[in-house]
Design a protein around this ligand. Structure first.
Ligand SMILES: Cc1cc2nc3c(=O)[nH]c(=O)nc-3n(C[C@H](O)[C@H](O)[C@H](O)COP(=O)(O)OP(=O)(O)OC[C@H]3O[C@@H](n4cnc5c(N)ncnc54)[C@H](O)[C@@H]3O)c2cc1C
Length: 298
């Protein structure tokens, strides 16, 4: 049996695409290696998704799953391992089988790089965050640190400085990898303090809430009292499914404004593509754009 479209990943992007295709009566399936909802399952509180004043991530993930079930969207709990792009079809190989399809949508998200320090996982959502746009407002008038030495770290620090009392950027190098104008903006903010050659060594907690970060600067330890710690040290490549897919140097997939990648009939959407805004609303919207373009082509 051949599918019209196979979607890889059941996060907001993949489910967003699936809803449009299924409602247009296409033969589709979603391949998901974990649980439906993707990153939503890791978010404590979401306050910027329309229609929900405040909802916790796993509840929104469950809503997505219920919606998929109601529409009878086929879900395969398998891991996609590779895609073969032939002129007349795509073949998706998983850890359990091999499936043919006319179109494939890659909605595989991204893996955020972590510091792998003790207590990191316990403190995620309890002081540690990887998204200033998402969690920043929870730290209004509070003191936070930002870990990283690249463009995202500096941009997110500038964003946080608009409502946090104090933002300290901890850069393990003596320079930032960022455009000079962006760094100048950060340096001009009175409530941004920058620590160079500073390496984070330890998180300290009280009652499972982050209270301090311990940093080493020139072999001396500094204990910084914090309400929040935002980590921006990059993300890891997720897109090894297809060798000849064009990506940027970090592995983010390049696609056009219809979400079509460099390989015909393979689309990508959500956190795995190169773009400026990595949010639920953009992921879901890109899924819809990909699906509607596929519908136009058949
Ligand atoms: C801590 C945190 C807090 C956040 N808070 C917010 C917020 O408040 N508001 C907001 O708008 N955004 C928030 N975000 C961002 C938001 O979660 C993402 O932008 C969104 O989930 C991206 O959706 P996606 O479908 O592209 O990817 P994901 O949600 O990452 O889903 C990708 C799915 O693909 C699956 N997958 C990957 N590879 C394979 C494979 N080979 N085979 C099968 N399945 C595969 C994964 O298991 C996963 O389920 C937050 C992110 C984080 C990390």
């Amino acid at each position: 049996m051949k599918y019209d479209c196979i979607i890889i990943g059941a996060g907001p992007a993949g489910v967003g695409a699936a809803i449009y295709l299924q409602r247009a009566n296409r033969k589709i399936c979603i391949i998901e290696k974990n649980v439906p909802g993707g990153k939503l399952n890791t978010i404590s509180t979401i306050e910027n998704y329309l229609g929900f004043e405040s909802i916790n991530g796993p509840d929104l993930a469950l809503n997505l799953y219920k919606q998929m079930n109601k529409l009878n969207i086929e879900l395969k709990n398998e891991e996609a391992l590779s895609i073969e792009a032939l002129p007349d079809k795509k073949i998706v190989k998983t850890n359990k089988g091999k499936y043919e399809s006319d179109f494939v949508i890659l909605a595989t998200g991204r893996k955020i790089k972590k510091l792998h320090l003790k207590d990191e996982e316990t403190l995620e959502g309890r002081g540690i965050s990887y998204c200033a746009v998402c969690d920043g407002p929870l730290y209004k008038n509070k003191e936070v640190v930002v870990i990283g030495g690249g463009t995202s770290a500096v941009q997110e620090a500038i964003h946080l400085a608009d409502f946090c009392k104090k933002v300290t950027i901890i850069n393990k190098n003596n320079l930032f990898k960022v455009e000079h104008t962006i760094l100048e903006k950060a340096e001009a903010k009175e409530n941004i303090n920058i620590l160079y050659n500073a390496k984070i060594k330890e998180y300290k907690k009280e009652k499972d809430q982050l209270t301090h970060v311990v940093v080493t600067i020139d072999n001396k330890e500094k204990n910084i009292k914090v309400d929040g710690c935002f980590v921006f040290i990059g993300s890891e490549e997720q897109t090894k499914l297809l060798a000849n897919l064009v990506t940027d140097e970090k592995g983010y997939i390049l696609c056009d404004d219809r979400m079509q990648t460099s390989v015909d009939k393979i689309y990508a959407c959500g956190d795995n593509i190169k773009k400026d805004v990595y949010q639920i609303v953009t992921a879901a919207a890109e899924g819809a754009v990909a699906a509607l373009d596929i519908l136009k082509r058949r």
